[in-house]
Design a protein around this ligand. Sequence first.
Ligand code: APR
Length: 263
Amino acid sequence: MLYYFASLLYYFASLQLLISVFDYYKRDMGNKKRLVVLTGAGISAESGISTFRDSDGLWEKHSVEEICTHEALYRNYDMVVQFYNDRFAQLATVEPNAAHLALKTLEDKFDVQIITQNVDNLHERAGSSNIIHLHGELTKVCSMKNENLIVDRNTLPNPLITGKDVAPDGGKWRPFIVFFNEAVPMIEPAIELVQTADILLIIGTSLQVYPAASLSMYAPRNAEMFLIDPKPNTAGFNRPINVIAKGASEGMKEFMEIMNEKL
Ligand code: APR
């Protein structure tokens, strides 16, 4: 029995060793470590885009039930469309900030994969290569008859859609936004991505909206986790997390220093 237990222990120890050696050689073989980043409205706050739940947030000024649910789209079509037309128009007045740009810079040394809850296009405009939008994109609209008929607003005669604008299938256009009570089609690819993370970095989200807020649960046991937020919500984590309680730009400076020490 003792011999059996000892060989089991030996077997697991050598397996652990093998994994860390493989990890080391993986990095040595030039495979960049995978840095998966989950971002929320907070990363765009310094660009001048309001968050949702801060004291000056959008949901302080607008009712979610009136603006951002599946039912609201059918009940208050004009109001919903106007709200997202305004947010689309705002994109032309803002720029990516230092935090967006830092994520782009990290691509030199890491395999950076961004999962964003944001519907703005600031990650794209900062030049980031790998971006999943969980909650849709302001720059696109889709048909209410077939939501897979998706077009870029700028390809339409009138990017600021109205109920008079009709999609090729005869349906009215709607914002390409995931409203509350609607499915989140990109959650599966996002989970798969988090499951491959060497490092998980979370920036500027209150972690109150699911399923996005559950993503950290899928990170591998040995993945390091970081949270950058001036008001960090650490309630939902099932393991230690490195908290940087700062704004996105200052927080990213600190994160970059930590990462540079590791390389
Ligand atoms: N830098 C970093 N984080 C910031 C900054 C900043 N300068 N300013 C505010 N924050 C943080 C806040 O402390 C808060 O934790 O950003 C977070 C914003 O939280 P929310 O407003 O709840 O936004 P988010 O978590 O992205 O919302 C999730 O809810 O309304 C829906 O679909 C919408 O995608 C959105 C989802």
